[in-house]
Ligand binder design. Structure first.
Ligand code: ZN
Length: 253
């Protein structure tokens, strides 16, 4: 058994663990995404309702001002009516007064309708506000959960990186460099076992002669297909029966 190969196998395991952690860190959980989206949708609806409410409020105020204006005019006209002598002018004023009264009634109805609309909108707003509060509570909880999860992963990653730097110190520089280069190019796998004549990096058969050489385990070999470093699996995992990775790593450590 070559020390460097054994350490590279351990390094490969660590690197895959680190990679797994990095992926998990980058991935926002579905539940958190969903809560975020719902919160955004509710907030948007709330904003729309509030904008409409503001608009309606302004309109109502305008109508009320117009109503006041009309009532003032009515009062003035009624006062003038008492001072009038000529009957034709009197009739004209009476008609004007009728007209004003009609306008006032219309305005009052419009204002009433508007008040009802505002009331409905306010109810909707309160309901959405309550829903938004609820979803934001969930969002916060989900966020905290994710942050906690990330903290744990960061801790784990730190531990793995420390182990990694201890291991790479003991691997000779040229083969480590080779491993890292291949690993970068080949989806994070720089070294692969060969079992039953098949490279487990690319799942292609190794030429028989190379397979024979590989079993002697007296130098480094690479897969002719995927160029990964390869080792004869039976030497490094003699009694492997799908043992969980943790057992193997503690043995090497
Ligand atoms: Zn291969």
């Amino acid at each position: 058994m070559q020390e460097d190969i054994a350490r590279l196998i351990e390094l490969q395991k660590l690197d895959l663990e680190i990679y797994r952690i990095e992926r998990a860190l980058a991935e926002v959980p579905q539940s958190l995404q969903r809560a975020k989206r719902e919160s955004e949708i509710k907030a948007e609806r709330l904003n729309k309702i509030e904008a409409t409410l503001e608009e309606k409020g302004k309109q109502k105020k305008l109508f009320e001002e117009e109503l006041q204006e009309e009532q003032k005019r009515l009062k003035q006209t009624q006062t003038r009516l008492t001072q009038i002598r000529g009957s034709r002018e009197y009739q004209v004023l009476l008609r004007e007064i009728e007209e004003m009264k009609r306008t006032i009634r219309q305005k009052e109805e419009e204002i009433l309708k508007m008040m009802e609309e505002i009331e409905t909108l306010e109810k909707d707003r309160d309901k959405i506000l309550e829903e938004l509060r609820e979803i934001n509570k969930i969002l916060e909880a989900e966020n905290n959960k994710f942050e906690e999860f990330k903290r744990e992963l960061e801790e784990e990653k730190k531990r793995l990186l420390q182990r990694r730097s201890r291991i790479i110190e003991k691997i000779s520089a040229p083969i480590l460099k080779k491993y890292e280069l291949i690993s970068q190019k080949k989806g994070g796998i720089g070294i692969a076992g060969v079992d039953n004549g098949v490279c487990e990096g690319c799942f292609m058969a190794i030429p028989p002669q190379l397979y024979n050489e590989l079993q002697k385990d007296n130098r480094y070999y690479e897969c002719p297909h995927c160029k990964r470093l390869i080792y004869y699996k039976k030497i490094y995992h003699p009694e492997e029966k799908e043992s969980p990775p943790k057992e193997v790593s503690s043995k090497i450590q």
